[in-house]
Design a protein around this ligand. Sequence first.
Ligand code: NDP
Length: 477
Amino acid sequence: MEQAEIGLIGLGVMGSNLSLNIAEKGNRIAVFNRTPEATRQFYAHAGDLQKQIIPCETLEEFVAAIRPPRPIIIMIKAGDPVDQQMELLRPYLSAGDIMIDAGNANFRDTMRRFDHLKDSGLTFIGMGVSGGEEGARHGPSIMVGGKEESWKRVENVLTSISAKFNGDPCVAWLGENGAGHFVKTIHNGIEYADMQMIAEIYGILRDGLGMSAAEIGEVFDKWNNGRLNSYLIEISATVLKAADPISGKPMVDLIVDAAGQKGTGKWSVIEAQNMGVAATAIEAAVAGRILSSQKSEREAAEKIFGLPKIADLPSDKAAFINDLENALLAGKIGAYAQGFAVMAAASAEYKWNLPMPTIARIWRAGCIIRSQFLDEITSAFTKDPDVANLIVTPAFAQMVKDTDGALRRVVSFAALSGLPAPALASALSYFDAYRRARGTANLIQAQRDFFGAHGFDRIDGVDKHHGPWGSGLGEFA
Ligand code: NDP
């Protein structure tokens, strides 16, 4: 029997869809699942694609079915199960075989797995996959980290199954070891911020302007034809217009306002902090989800404090809705600028040489944050790949100049009305701090020197100094 080009372990939601995608694109694939019944079910429902699939019930049979050097995608629950699966697989593998962890791994685990396999003759790829179930089936965005020669072995298959933006495949090798999983983590961090900002704008339209879910859905639909065109705005519009089949009420109004999270947003924030990069909008989004989950505490607090009166609305409602659209764009620019700044810092720290234009390029389709906007980011980074911050590229600087007034008016309205808009407000504060040459940290430096003798630099360039605080330190203490 003809051997498979690739193997896949883990026929859950993602693994089964990815396998069908791989088979559909003309690649022969061997599949295995810990519980054999899932393999049987998967194969039974594969229809015409069965001829491209080799279902296996033992690891020995599975490995033998793949053409060496064997690329094996492991698409199972992240964390310890991946280590366990890798150890079970190892005895059957030969030099040159490639284990590919395609789950949502913490990039630190990916780095560790690389080190673990370093002198074994086996290689490892840490591969971020975005796009959910639908993306896995019809074209995800794929972020690959590992040895370039391992990538060469899988490049054709991965290119065939990836999403395409105007024919351009949304897959790329991004660097050694943990690069792919790191970029996927930051993708998810940006996704958190994007979703939070959309929810904040929804809150202002619902509670500030008193609009119904369906009316807000119409607004989002309109925005989806403009500069905010994106998958997240599109699905938000669809969700807002959907009715509950049981009560006939807007579905979204019946959903408990407590958001779940699996950890990638938190990892983005932790890594941003580790790297010393301000990622305030992503931090606000993670904090927003945490606060959302404290439902009973919020209910108790509302009983104590009540809710403030909604501020007077500008007389021109249409103009204010236009402000909301621009505010969302301005906030989004801040969040993406922060995410790319975290990746630039990590790239330097881990010597990945992450290609920023390529990252923006492979996020344009297939993934959850896919949008027209990412095409503009691709252009900006292509023209200026080493720029310090996205917001100072000419195209984005102009966009910020065009929209920051709207963000200011929207954040002010939200603050005066007691409507939480933490991610939008953080993006605004980030911009205001970033573009102000003379800030206020001179006072912080003075305080640090006063209580901790940390010293400070002087604006006249004279060497490190202490202040005349009368604390016994004194000038030149
Ligand atoms: P599912 O819950 O649908 O499937 C889990 C799979 O993991 C099953 O095949 C299960 O096998 C297997 N598994 C669990 N524990 C072990 C173990 N100890 N040893 C071997 N196999 C094990 O998960 P998903 O398909 O949704 O997710 C898979 C990975 O993809 C995760 O890392 C997830 O974070 C990531 N991901 C998910 C996305 C999504 O939208 N769902 C999007 C992008 C990434 P069994 O049938 O035997 O239980």
